[in-house]
Design a protein around this ligand. Structure first.
Ligand code: F6P
Length: 325
């Protein structure tokens, strides 16, 4: 087993609240074990360009509560090419970095999988994305905070919707997964939730709008950006074509969902995963993502973490219909 002395640390893909808490945990755990940490700026792009900064216990002071990522992030098309990966590997060799910790989501781990296998670099990934769309962890860093942001925004929208007797169609993020929509929809008492994991949602929505209680002043429909209906604007158009009795408005929450101070749950999760990533590398683990399953730390090979998606519990959707009567 190769002895690790110097770890390269990067954040990649969409930022998520709690990434900084995770960076802090990695750096401090490494310091405890007398390992050096080199921060790599701008994700894989920074690895290719050698944007390296020395990190120590002090450089991660006072960041646990900050949103975003102090290491910056990027989506890197260059890292998907052989030239890009060759250059990245050369930078690692010049800097004598023996292992990598990458905090991110799907795209981050696909890249890490190919890079680690091709150049024999030990890599541990940490599940950091608001989408919660990775297999091998019950929760990803940032998901809980994003949900709270959505709930806060929709509660405010409900006030104005109720005052005007309006129907609001609110689009939330999640890429091709509907987890943010489903959970925030339950949490805000939405009248309907449209998610990619359930088909023909628009037909069901029409039925609900037809049969729904007429004495309800406001209606909130949460639409996942990846839903097959085509998003909030499309849904609003279809509702307008079919019904003439709704005063409809659209809100696309967008990147507000990725910002803000992380919730306590995200800070704890981030701390646990950062700590486990470093200790995992020391124990010889590599080529896998660290997550939490049933409250315990779990390491899942990259290829499994990105290929599968947890099935949604159909009972939850049934429950939404009953509770929003
Ligand atoms: O993966 C996180 C995420 O916020 C998705 O929910 C969304 O589809 C995507 O990133 C947006 O990416 P960008 O910020 O690059 O537009």
């Amino acid at each position: 087993m190769q002895q690790i002395k110097k770890i390269g640390l990067l954040t990649s893909g969409g930022d998520s609240p709690g990434m900084n808490a995770c960076i802090r945990a990695v750096v401090r755990t490494a310091a405890f074990h007398n390992l050096e940490v080199i921060g790599i700026l701008h994700g894989y792009d920074g690895l290719i360009d050698g944007e390296f900064v020395q990190m120590n216990a002090k450089s991660v002071s006072n960041i646990i509560q900050r949103g975003g990522t102090i290491l910056k992030t990027a989506r890197s098309p260059r890292f998907m090419t052989k030239e890009g990966m060759d250059r990245a590997y050369r930078q690692l060799s010049i800097e004598n970095i023996d292992a990598l910790i990458t905090i991110g989501g799907n795209g981050t781990f696909k890249g890490a999988d190919v890079f680690g296998k091709t150049y024999k670099v030990p890599i541990i990934g940490i599940a950091g994305t608001i989408d919660n769309d990775l297999f091998g962890t019950d929760f990803t860093i940032g998901y809980d905070t994003a949900l709270n942001t959505v709930v806060d925004a929709v509660d405010k929208i409900r006030d104005t919707a109720e005052s005007h007797d309006r129907l609001f169609i609110v689009e939330v993020m999640g890429k091709d997964a509907g987890l943010i929509a489903l959970r925030s929809g339950i949490g805000t008492g939405a009248e309907a939730i449209l998610i990619p994991e359930s088909k023909n949602d628009i037909v069901k929505l029409f039925e609900r709008l037809e049969k729904g209680r007429k004495d309800k002043a406001s209606k909130i429909i949460i639409v996942a950006e990846g839903d097959d209906s085509g998003g909030a604007f499309k849904v609003a158009e279809l509702v307008k074509q079919r019904f003439d009795n709704f005063d409809t408005r659209i809100t696309v929450l967008g990147h507000i969902q990725r910002g803000g101070s992380p919730s306590c749950s995200d800070r704890v999760l981030a701390s646990r995963l950062g700590f486990a990533a470093v200790e995992g590398l020391i124990e010889g683990k590599q080529g896998s993502m660290v997550g939490i399953l049933n409250k315990e730390i779990a390491y899942t090979p990259f290829e499994n973490a990105v290929k599968h998606i947890e099935e949604l519990n159909p009972n939850l959707l049934r429950m939404v219909e009953i509770l929003s009567l």
